[in-house]
Design a protein around this ligand. Structure first.
Ligand SMILES: Cc1cc2nc3c(=O)[nH]c(=O)nc-3n(C[C@H](O)[C@H](O)[C@H](O)COP(=O)(O)OP(=O)(O)OC[C@H]3O[C@@H](n4cnc5c(N)ncnc54)[C@H](O)[C@@H]3O)c2cc1C
Length: 363
């Protein structure tokens, strides 16, 4: 009789760890394997923006996944704190988003989904935050939230341990672990972020999975109190004198996870134009992470063709934190053979690339 866990998860970023946590909660014996330290790649590097959402009214399966995260992050955060005593930094700080003329339809998407928002005059926006440049139409999103990635990952790891998940960092995944006589689990989840093809590629290639580097600058000094978003760039005030300024989108960097002085200088300039009090702030640190991106920006969540016991969960691109809870629930449905709560064909590995569509959020 083999003594292996019900589910082996390869990759211990936010996706793998959240899957582990939810599966363990359902009584499944889970082990997580990572070639490095747990939670130190894209999931550590991200800004932790959790936009609002409403799974009941969301227009697409991807929006539903975001809606599940928006709805359940408060509960998960409370649960993690109760289990581990660790605060993940989740807070509904609100956001001001500036929309360009090309994004004029976005408020209609928010309205259709039942997301609370208010169009602000420039004067009202300036009363709320110490804004300088006004780079578009300002909107208030009171339910936009944030989580502190390193804190959330630390809490998730501790909670997984409390729930009996076996954690194996710094472990090399072997090719023969999927098949008898050396298989190590009844089922598998492959959640190795931008590197997922290194593992799943032995069974099936995801031809368009690729890394997209994102750089972030961390400033110390007076700042705004809400998240401020302009297209793909944003400020995320952490509430303790620190402000994240993100981020670049650099597919051309491939797997090179380095910062560049030009990109960091441009981010700092952007921040200081938007919130001039940041001219007095100091640059505390800068870093980069490699987002896992699919060709159409939609994650891959589903079984590997020909390998029904192997489920892939990757390609969450700019949204892996906000999509982590929905992904873990969908993966749990698949592995426990329950009817899926979302139309998961949209995430299938074999889907035709989905046409570009205007999304409710850019970060
Ligand atoms: C600058 C930046 C800002 C972002 N901001 C946000 C945001 O505000 N909100 C949001 O929702 N998302 C954000 N994201 C996106 C989010 O961080 C990612 O989508 C998410 O972290 C992806 O998680 P993951 O677990 O798939 O990948 P990762 O965190 O990269 O984890 C993959 C894991 O797999 C392991 N691994 C790799 N190869 C192997 C192997 N061969 N064997 C075993 N293990 C392996 C790695 O060591 C790693 O631990 C941001 C990302 C970046 C870079």
């Amino acid at each position: 009789m083999a003594h292996y866990p019900d589910v082996a998860i390869f990759g211990g970023g936010i996706i793998g760890l959240t899957c582990a946590y939810y599966l363990a909660h359902e009584g499944v014996a889970v082990a997580v394997y990572d070639r490095g330290a747990l939670g130190q790649e894209a999931s550590w590097a991200g800004a932790g923006i959790v936009p609002p959402g409403n799974p009941a009214r969301a227009a697409s399966p991807l929006d539903q996944l975001r809606g599940l995260g928006a709805e359940q992050f408060p509960r998960l955060s409370a649960e993690l704190r109760e289990l581990t005593g660790l605060d993940n930094g989740y807070r509904r700080c609100g956001a001001i988003e500036f929309l360009s003329a090309a994004e004029a339809e976005v408020p209609n998407l928010w309205a259709a989904e039942g997301i609370a928002f208010e169009r602000l005059s420039v004067t009202a926006a300036r009363q709320l935050e110490p804004l300088g440049e006004i780079p578009g139409e300002p909107y208030l999103l009171p339910d936009c939230a944030q989580v502190r990635n390193p804190w959330h990952l630390r809490a998730l790891i501790a909670a997984c341990q409390r729930r009996g998940v076996k954690l194996y960092p710094h472990t090399t995944i072997r090719d023969d672990w999927f098949t008898r006589p050396n298989r190590i689990a009844a089922r598998y989840v492959i959640a190795a972020g931008a590197w997922t093809n290194d593992i799943v590629g032995r069974l099936w290639q995801l031809p368009d999975l690729h890394p997209v580097r994102g750089q972030i600058a961390l400033l110390r000094g007076a700042s705004c109190s809400r998240i401020v978003m302009v297209g793909k760039r944003y400020l995320v005030p952490r509430g303790d004198g620190l402000t994240l300024v993100g981020s670049t989108e650099e597919p051309e960097a491939g797997f090179v996870k380095e910062t560049t002085s030009d990109a960091i200088a441009a981010l700092v300039r952007f921040a200081q134009q938007l919130v001039p009090v940041l001219q007095q702030a100091t640059l505390e640190r800068a870093w980069a992470g490699l987002r896992p991106a699919s060709g159409d920006g939609v994650p891959y969540i589903g079984p590997v063709p020909g390998w029904p016991a192997v489920v892939v969960a990757t390609g969450h691109f700019r949204a892996g934190v906000q999509l982590s809870i929905g992904t873990a629930q969908v993966v749990s449905d698949m592995l426990l053979e329950r009817p899926p709560r979302i139309a998961v064909e949209a995430f299938a590995l074999t889907r035709a690339p989905q046409p570009p569509r205007l999304s409710a959020f850019r970060s």
